[in-house]
Write a protein that binds this ligand. Structure first.
Ligand code: FMN
Ligand code: SF4
Length: 441
């Protein structure tokens, strides 16, 4: 659906090419509909947000405070800073008008007059592409004043971040857009749907989510809801990185492909002579899965079924039932060449660097997790370090202002729970090679 044209030979990211492929035809249809009818279609479609949490898009739009008399804003979350995730970037580079069309339809449905695309600072090329696309769309009367002669006006602005992961968290993003340091806000009361940008009702949606809106209006919510699996509808973009033969971007019906099929058939399996060891299925903050572990899940009729990692369908609900998440769609594959202590040290260094520092458990805890795993890698590893670092993680999740607390503790909790023996072996090995010791960094 979203990648329908992207890989066609000669497909370019300019307006003329997009329109040759039917582009903006669905916006033309949308502006003839009642705005509420579009919201109803999105609700019917069952579309769940593709930014990480999988929250139903139609429900989110339904929560917007439309009675306050304040303007309603829409923000496109193009921060895409979750390690292992690079799908939004691909859409922006290859098909920016698809994003703009989905955004304009969403703005029209929600009576939004100003929309912002918040794009991460590390995407300067993407920002330039979007600037050009907006100028093209504006010149063609597809955004800006009096769109398509309907009397409806809406401007889209690009706002570039300055390179902080926390700007992807919706309330941190809003603070940043207001020109402040990206400190996430406390919910309640700061639910964006009520008190968002400039204290006005605000919709924050991911790039991919908004692209899906266009297809929902095209085919109708009912038809969209039949794609994928119940409660996990539509297609989903997966970006696979790491130790597979064919890493890349793939689009599948949600839940219609298993992790094993994705990695072995689509991505060509492990590298020669290697075996899969672990996979993080939804961006680095999702809990790691260990090849060889199994999950016993309850069926609706009360019976149970046992799944291996390879059996897990790529959907939101089964991933959650297996103790992890589909998250941002970033599938990070690790083979048996990977040392899990070193991999965790890498992840922990990232999160310690990115904590905004407002909450003590997150600020101090993420730093201590980094210090412990860094010490293990560079200096002195102790047999009890796995337990120690997990005890720090256990005191962060659930005690913070924003979900970064979970994002930074889940890797440690799951790595140690599933590869605890490796942490002990690593300590024994390191201590037997004291010449390798390096100072803590
Ligand atoms: C620490 C953190 C980082 C996040 N980063 C992103 C991001 O880079 N892109 C994104 O779309 N959502 C990100 N999110 C999720 C957003 O807060 C928000 O839920 C999302 O943009 C909503 O869009 P959706 O409903 O379309 O998924 C992040 C959340 C957290 C807690
Ligand atoms: S959990 Fe971490 S990132 Fe989120 S507000 Fe608290 S300190 Fe900042």
């Amino acid at each position: 659906m979203i990648f329908r044209h992207i890989d066609e030979p000669g497909y370019t990211n300019d307006l003329a090419c997009y329109q040759r492929h039917g582009g903006y035809g669905i916006l033309r249809k949308a502006v003839t509909m009642a705005p509420q009818a579009i919201i109803d279609e999105v609700r019917k479609s069952g579309l769940r947000g593709r930014g990480g949490a999988g929250f139903p898009c139609g429900v989110k739009w339904g929560l917007v405070d439309r009675k306050s008399g304040k303007p309603i804003y829409l923000i496109v979350n193009a921060d895409e800073s979750e390690p292992g995730t690079f799908k939004d970037r691909y859409i922006i580079h290859q098909d920016p008008h698809q994003l703009l069309e989905g955004t304009m339809i969403s703005c029209f449905a929600n009576n939004v007059k100003q929309a912002y695309i918040y794009i991460r600072g590390e995407f300067p090329h993407g920002a330039r592409i979007l600037e050009r696309a907006i100028a093209e769309a504006r010149a063609a009367n597809l955004c800006g004043p009096n769109i398509l002669g309907t009397g409806y006006s809406c401007e889209i602005y690009i706002h570039r971040g300055a390179g902080a992961y926390i700007c992807g968290e919706e309330t941190g993003l809003i603070e940043s857009l207001e020109g402040k340091r990206a400190y996430p806000r406390i919910k309640p009361p700061y639910f964006p749907a009520v008190l968002g940008l400039y204290q006005c009702p605000t919709i924050v949606n991911n790039v991919e989510t908004l692209c899906h809106v266009k297809h929902i209006v095209d085919m109708g919510g009912e038809a969209f809801s039949k794609i994928g699996t119940p409660n996990n509808t539509g297609t989903r973009l997966l970006c696979v990185s790491g130790h597979v033969q064919r890493p890349g971007y793939y689009e599948f019906e949600v839940g219609k492909i298993t992790l094993g099929e994705l990695l072995n058939e689509v991505c060509g399996g492990p590298l020669p002579g290697r075996k899969f060891k672990a996979v993080i299925p939804g961006g680095s903050s999702a809990k790691v899965l260990k090849f060889g572990e199994t999950f016993t899940l309850k069926n609706k009729d009360g019976s149970t079924r046992t799944l291996t990692v390879e059996d897990i369908p790529m959907d939101f609900d089964t991933m959650a039932a297996c103790g992890t998440m589909g998250g941002s769609g970033g599938v990070i594959v690790m083979d048996d060449s990977v040392n899990m202590v070193e991999a965790l040290a890498n992840i922990n260094a990232f999160y310690a660097h990115e904590s905004c520092g407002q909450c003590t458990p997150c600020r101090e805890g993420s730093l201590w997790m980094k210090k412990i795993t860094t010490r293990m890698v560079h200096d002195e590893a102790r047999a009890e370090d796995g337990t120690l670092v997990k005890s720090v993680a256990d005191q962060i999740a659930g005690r913070t202002i924003c979900a970064f607390g979970e994002a930074c503790s889940w890797p440690t909790q799951s790595f140690v729970a599933k590869f605890g023996e490796e942490f002990k072996e690593y300590a024994a090995l390191k201590n037997s090679k004291s010449a390798d010791a390096l100072p803590i960094v």
